[in-house]
Design a protein. Structure first.
Ligand code: B3K
Ligand code: ZN
Length: 873
C-alpha cells in the first residue's frame, strides 16, 4: 500500500452539487441507485477524466444525462471508476449492488443485530456507491430508503422526511431530504425494527426541534440520561458558543456493533449502544459520564465538523481537537471542573505520552498516512484538544469566542484547514501564532527541565526553563515550541501564593510565562520569602515538566498550592518518588520500606474536611501501573506491580481506621442519580474499599459482600465484584461472578463488564480465563465491544499480558490475525500494546517482536500493515 501525502493535495476536478440515492435493502443484495449532479471545476481542462471512489461494489449500469455509457468510456478497478471525457456539467446515474450481511468491517452499509446501519467516516461511503469520497466535495442529499414493512418498519436518513408510501410485496419507502450541503462521510442510513423516545427542544431563536432516540425495544428504559444530556448540550452550545441547531429533527440511533463510540452524521447520529444506553442497575457512574460526554461531543460536531468541515483528512484535528475541547469544557461546567481536568490529564499523560514516545508517533496534523482510520488517535483527538486549550488561554476566552464566531461565519458550508482556524484566532486577538503552529507539525512530547534559585540578598527568584522535544520516527530535528507555562510561587513561610513581579510588572498571584527559546530565565523580583514554584498549573501545555522537587516541597505543595490541579499533581509526584525507590529496592532484592512522608501526606488528606469528595478520591488514588511505567526509562513490569502493591498495602495497614471511617461515612441510601455529589461520594467510598481490600481485611470483605448483595446500583455492585474477583478469595468470588453472569446474561453491555472484571484480575489464571471466555456464548469476535471488553482489557492487565512465557503476546497476535480478515480497523487498534516493545527488557522485546513478525508474515489489510510496519521499522 502507498502512502498519501498532505503536500499532494489538489482540489477536486469535479464537484457534486446534488446527490440522489435510492436504497432497495436486502441483506445479500442491496441495490443502490445514485443520481449525481456533477460540474467540472472551471480551472480544470476538458480532457481530465472523472474519478469516483468505489470498493466492493458490483456495477450494474451507468449513464450520463440519461444515456447508457459505452464500455470504452469508463474503467472500473479495485479502487473505483474512471470516466473518460465527461461533459463539463452533467448527471451521472449508476446502479450498484452490495451485501450488507457480509460486511464485518462495519464500514459502509452493514447489518447489526438484524438492522441496517452505516458508518462512512472516513472513507466508508465508497462502499455504498461510486462517489468522490473526500470531505471537500459537499452536496445536498435526497435519499429514498426502501425496506420490508415487517423487518424494517423504521427507515431513517439525514435531514427531514419528505415523502413516504407503500410498495408491492410488503415493502415501503421513506424519502429524506437534507438541505445542508455535506461531504459524503456525514451520510447515514438506518433501517430496522426500532422504538423511539421523543422529546423537544426550543432553540434560542424559537425553532422547535424534535429530538428522537431510536433503540431496540428492550432498551427503551435506558434512554433518559442520553436525552437529558442532549438537551444540556444544546443549551450549553447556545450559551457558550452561540451555536444553534439547524434542522427540525435531531435523531440518535443505538447500534450494538460499532467500531468507535459514535458518529456525528448530519441530523442522524449513530451511536455504539455502549455510548448511549444507561440505567442505574446496568451502567456505572463512569459510563453515565461517558455517555453525557459523547452525546455532547457528537452534538457539538454539528457546527465544529459538519457546518464547517475538513478540507482533507490531514486536517482531522480541526474538527476533532476543537470538538474534544468543547466537550471537555461542557463536562467541566456541568460536573466537577477540577475532577474533569485531573481525569483527562491523568489519561492523557499515560496514553497519549506513550503514543508520542512510540513507533506510531505522529504530529497532530500528520503529513502522510497509508490508512486514515489508523489516525483517529489520542494525538489527533486529545493532543489536538490541548492545543486548542492553549490557544484559548493564549488569546483569552473573550477573544477565543470572537475567533470562533468568525471561523463559523467565514467558513460556514466550507471544507477548510487548520490554518484557517488559527488565523481567525490571530485576527481577533492580534497575538502572533506563527511559532505556535509548530504544535500541529511536530510529533513527540516536549520536555522542560526547570531549575529555580532564590536569591535572598536581592529578594529575587530566578526560574530557568529549558525545552527539548525528543526525535520521533521521520522527525529528528525539532524546533523550539511556544510553550505557555502557567505558574505561581508559593511562599514557604506564609504558605500563600506570592504576588509576582516579572520584568518590573506586577502579575497577580498566578501568571503565564511564555517559553519560546530553547532556554529562558525568568526573573521574579520583590519575592519576600523563599518560595516553592508551582509549575504548569492546570497542565497549561501538553509537556513533561521536570523540576528537582524534594519530598518536603511536594508535601508542602500538596497542602498549600492554591491550584487544585497542582495539589493533586504534587501528590502524584510524591507517590512517584516513593515508588521509584521501591522499584529499585525490588530489583535489587532489598527489603522494601514505606516512606513515612507519603503515609503522613495521605493521613493529612483524610483528616482534612472537604466538600469535593471526587477530588479527594482522585488525590487518594495512586498513579496507575501504566502511568508509572511511562515514567521509567525501562519498564520493569514485575517491579512496578510489586512496588505499587506494597504502597497500597502499607497505606491500607497504616490508615485502616481512617479508610473504614471514610467508607462508613459515605454510605447512602439515596435514590441513584449521576450527580457530581453522589458520584463523588461513591468514588471516595470505593477508593477506601479498594485500599482495605488490598490487605483482604475481614471487615472489608464483609463490606464488599454486603455492597455486592445490596444491588443498590451498578457502580457499587461492579466495584465490589471487581474487588472480590481480584482478591484471592475465590470461595467468595466464584459464586458472586456466577450469580452476576446469570442475572445479566440477556444484557450485552453488562456482560461486557463481566468479561472485563475477570480478565483484568492479577492472579495467574487470567490468560486461561480469556481463552475460556472466548468460547462463551455471549462472546463474538465480530462485535467490537466484546473484543475490547475481553481482549483489549486483558492487554491492560500488565502483569499477565506481559507474562514471561510470551503467552499473552501470542494470544493477542492470534486475535489480530483473525480480526485482520473480519475487521481491519479494530485489528489495527488491538496491536497497540505490542508496538511498545522497545520499552521492555530484552526477553520481552524478543517475544513481542516475534509476534509482530508472525503478524507481518500474513496477508494483511492496509490498516494492520501500516501499524506493524511502523512497529518493526
Ligand atoms: N467522527 C467520528 C469518528 C469516526 C471514525 C471511524 N473510523 C467520531 C467522533 O469523533 O465523533
Ligand atoms: Zn469527534
Amino acid at each position: 500500500p502507498q502512502p498519501v501525502y498532505l503536500s499532494d493535495y489538489q482540489p477536486p476536478a469535479y464537484w457534486v452539487t446534488h446527490t440522489e440515492l435510492t436504497f432497495d435493502l436486502d441483506p445479500a443484495q442491496t441495490r443502490v441507485k445514485a443520481r449525481l449532479s456533477l460540474e467540472r471545476h472551471p480551472d480544470v481542462d476538458a480532457a481530465t477524466p472523472l474519478f469516483l471512489n468505489g470498493e466492493q461494489l458490483t456495477l450494474t449500469s451507468l449513464a450520463i444525462d440519461g444515456k447508457t455509457l459505452d464500455e470504452s468510456a469508463y474503467r472500473v478497478d479495485g479502487q473505483g471508476l474512471t470516466i473518460y471525457n465527461p461533459p463539463s456539467a452533467f448527471t451521472l446515474e449508476s446502479d450498484v449492488t452490495l451485501a450488507p450481511e457480509a460486511n464485518t468491517a462495519l464500514e459502509g452499509l452493514y447489518q447489526s443485530s438484524g438492522m441496517y446501519c452505516t458508518q462512512c467516516e472516513a472513507e466508508g461511503f465508497r462502499r455504498i456507491t461510486y462517489y468522490p469520497d473526500r470531505p471537500d466535495v459537499m452536496a445536498t442529499f435526497r435519499v429514498t430508503v426502501i425496506g420490508d414493512k415487517t423487518r424494517e418498519p423504521v427507515l431513517l436518513a439525514n435531514g427531514n422526511p419528505v415523502e413516504q408510501g407503500e410498495l408491492e410485496g410488503n415493502r415501503h419507502f421513506v424519502t429524506w431530504e437534507d438541505p445542508h450541503p455535506k461531504p459524503c462521510y456525514l451520510f447515514a442510513l438506518v433501517a430496522g425494527d426500532l422504538k423511539k423516545i421523543e422529546d423537544h427542544f426550543t432553540t434560542m431563536n424559537g425553532r422547535k426541534v424534535t429530538l428522537q432516540l431510536w433503540v431496540e425495544a428492550e432498551n427503551v428504559a435506558k434512554t433518559d440520561h442520553a436525552m437529558a444530556s442532549l438537551k444540556r448540550a444544546m443549551t450549553w452550545d447556545e450559551e457558550t458558543y452561540g451555536r444553534e441547531y439547524d434542522l427540525d429533527l435531531f435523531m440518535i440511533v443505538a447500534v450494538n456493533d460499532f467500531n468507535m463510540g459514535a458518529m456525528e452524521n448530519k441530523g442522524l447520529n449513530i451511536f455504539n449502544s455502549a455510548a448511549v444506553l444507561t440505567h442505574p442497575d446496568t451502567a456505572t457512574d463512569a459510563a453515565f459520564q461517558q455517555v453525557e460526554g459523547i452525546v455532547a461531543h457528537e452534538y457539538f460536531h454539528n457546527w465544529s465538523g459538519n457546518r464547517v468541515t475538513c478540507r482533507d483528512w490531514f486536517q482531522l484535528s480541526l474538527k476533532e481537537g476543537f470538538t474534544v475541547f468543547r466537550d471537555q469544557c461542557f463536562t467541566a461546567d456541568t460536573n466537577s471542573a477540577p475532577v474533569k481536568r485531573i481525569q483527562d490529564v491523568s489519561f492523557f499523560r499515560t496514553a497519549q505520552f506513550a503514543e508520542d514516545a512510540g513507533p506510531t508517533a505522529h504530529p497532530v496534523r500528520p503529513d502522510h498516512y497509508i490508512e486514515i482510520t489508523n489516525f483517529y488517535t489520542l494525538t489527533v483527538y486529545e493532543k489536538g484538544a490541548e492545543i486548542v486549550r492553549m490557544l484559548r488561554n493564549l488569546v483569552g476566552w473573550e477573544a477565543f469566542r470572537r475567533g470562533s464566531d468568525l471561523y463559523f461565519s467565514r467558513f460556514d458550508g466550507q471544507a477548510v484547514t487548520i490554518e484557517d482556524f488559527v488565523i481567525c484566532m490571530e485576527e481577533v486577538s492580534g497575538v502572533d501564532l506563527g511559532q505556535f503552529m509548530r504544535w500541529y507539525e511536530q510529533a513527540g512530547t516536549p520536555e522542560i527541565d526547570a531549575q529555580g534559585e532564590y536569591d535572598y540578598a536581592h529578594a529575587e527568584y530566578h526560574l530557568t526553563l529549558r525545552q527539548r522535544t525528543p526525535a520521533t520516527p521521520g522527525q529528528t530535528d525539532k524546533e523550539s515550541l511556544h510553550i505557555p507555562v502557567r505558574m505561581g510561587l508559593v511562599g514557604t513561610k506564609s504558605g500563600q501564593d506570592l504576588t509576582l513581579t516579572l520584568d518590573g510588572e506586577k502579575q497577580g498571584k498566578d501568571t503565564v510565562v511564555h517559553l519560546r527559546e530553547d532556554e529562558q530565565t525568568f526573573v521574579f523580583t520583590e519575592v519576600a520569602e523563599a518560595p516553592v514554584p508551582s509549575l504548569l498549573r492546570h497542565f497549561s501545555a501538553p509537556v513533561k515538566m521536570h523540576f528537582p522537587y524534594s519530598r518536603e516541597d511536594l508535601a508542602f505543595l500538596l497542602t498549600h498550592d492554591s491550584d487544585g490541579f497542582n495539589r493533586w499533581d504534587a501528590g502524584q509526584r510524591l507517590a512517584m518518588l516513593a515508588l521509584d525507590d521501591l522499584i529499585a529496592a525490588h530489583r535489587n532484592g532489598v527489603e522494601k520500606v514505606m516512606d513515612s512522608r507519603v503515609t503522613d501526606a495521605y493521613r493529612a488528606l483524610l483528616a482534612t474536611p472537604t466538600d469535593d469528595k471526587a477530588v479527594l478520591a482522585e488525590m487518594l488514588a495512586l498513579p496507575t501501573e501504566a502511568y508509572i511505567a511511562e515514567q521509567q526509562p525501562l519498564v520493569d513490569i514485575d517491579a512496578i506491580h510489586a512496588a505499587r502493591e506494597f504502597v497500597r498495602q502499607s497505606l491500607a495497614m497504616a490508615l485502616r481506621d481512617e479508610f473504614i471511617a471514610v467508607y462508613e461515612a459515605n454510605q447512602s441510601n439515596e435514590r441513584y442519580a449521576p450527580t457530581p455529589e453522589q458520584i463523588g461520594q461513591r468514588s471516595l467510598k470505593n477508593v477506601a474499599l479498594s485500599y482495605l481490600m488490598s490487605i483482604e481485611d475481614e471487615q472489608a470483605i464483609t463490606f464488599c459482600q454486603t455492597q455486592f448483595e445490596a444491588e443498590h446500583n451498578m457502580t457499587d455492585v461492579r466495584h465490589a465484584l471487581t474487588l472480590l474477583v481480584h482478591s484471592d478469595r475465590d470461595d467468595l468470588a466464584s459464586p458472586a461472578l456466577k450469580a452476576f453472569g446469570e442475572k445479566w446474561s440477556h444484557d450485552p453491555l453488562v456482560m461486557d463488564q463481566w468479561f472485563t472484571i475477570q480478565v483484568t484480575r492479577p492472579q495467574e489464571d487470567a490468560l486461561e480465563r480469556v481463552k475460556h471466555l472466548m468460547q462463551h456464548p455471549a462472546f463474538s469476535l465480530k462485535n467490537p465491544n466484546k473484543v475490547r471488553a475481553l481482549i483489549g482489557s486483558f492487554a491492560q492487565n500488565r502483569i499477565n499480558f506481559h507474562r514471561l512465557d510470551g503467552a499473552g503476546y501470542a494470544l493477542l497476535a492470534d486475535v489480530v490475525i483473525e480480526l485482520n480478515r473480519l475487521n481491519p480497523e479494530i485489528a489495527a487498534r488491538l496491536i497497540t500494546p505490542l508496538t511498545r516493545w522497545q520499552r521492555f527488557d530484552e526477553t520481552r522485546q524478543a517475544l513481542m517482536h516475534e509476534q509482530l513478525e508472525r503478524i507481518k508474515a500474513q496477508p494483511l489489510s492496509s490498516n494492520v500493515y501500516e501499524v506493524v510496519e511502523k512497529a518493526l521499522a
